[in-house]
Design a protein around this ligand. Structure first.
Ligand SMILES: CC(C)(COP(=O)(O)OP(=O)(O)OC[C@H]1O[C@@H](n2cnc3c(N)ncnc32)[C@H](O)[C@@H]1OP(=O)(O)O)[C@@H](O)C(=O)NCCC(=O)NCCS
Length: 149
């Protein structure tokens, strides 16, 4: 598996991963909205990476250096294509984020997304707070944090 910068020709495939994931449907992020968000991100020089397995995009990571408190890294989005889940790709993407010249990483995870919470906890992230109705009314965002060095 290789991790490389996302380029414009990857956008449709990555937007398909977003669209197939029930989680993001609750945030109104359908294929078209995901597409425009990724295009905009690339145009603004965002750090978006894809994990490629035998030439196929298996997952992606959108990372923001100093994205939390102008001090810590922030994982804006991470996703693995359904057929590639539970094969260590999400872990590799998070480990990659941890090598990006940051002391610590923050991320938000939905209260109902217990599977991702288990995933993050297994990687050493701890819940340090929560924000009610932050992104979407009725969903509480859990704030997860890890000191990486
Ligand atoms: C969360 C997600 C990125 C994990 O990616 P993945 O490639 O399936 O995860 P990995 O195979 O690397 O798993 C790493 C560890 O987390 C654990 N884990 C992964 N998914 C899990 C789940 N659903 N329940 C419990 N543990 C889980 C694995 O058991 C593994 O532990 P191990 O290394 O001790 O065996 C992926 O499931 C996904 O894209 N989910 C939908 C989108 C999403 O929720 N994104 C996060 C939003 S905040």
């Amino acid at each position: 598996m290789t991790i490389r910068r996302m380029i414009k020709s990857d956008v449709d495939e990555v937007a398909r991963i977003v669209a197939e994931t029930g989680l993001w449907q609750r945030y109104g992020l359908d294929f078209e909205k995901a597409r425009s968000r990724f295009f905009k991100g690339l145009e603004n020089g965002a750090e978006i990476f894809v994990a490629e397995l035998n030439g196929e995009i298996a997952g992606f990571l959108w990372f923001v250096q100093n994205g939390a408190f102008d001090r810590s890294g922030y994982v804006e989005l991470i996703g693995v294509k359904k057929k590639f889940r539970n094969r260590g790709i999400g872990r590799r993407l998070m480990e990659f984020a941890e090598t990006r010249n940051v002391d610590s990483i923050f991320l938000l995870v939905s209260d109902f997304n217990t599977e991702a919470q288990k995933f993050y906890r297994g990687l050493g992230y701890i819940k340090v707070g929560e924000i009610k109705d932050y992104v979407v009314q009725g969903i509480t965002e859990f704030i997860f944090y890890k000191k990486v060095r």
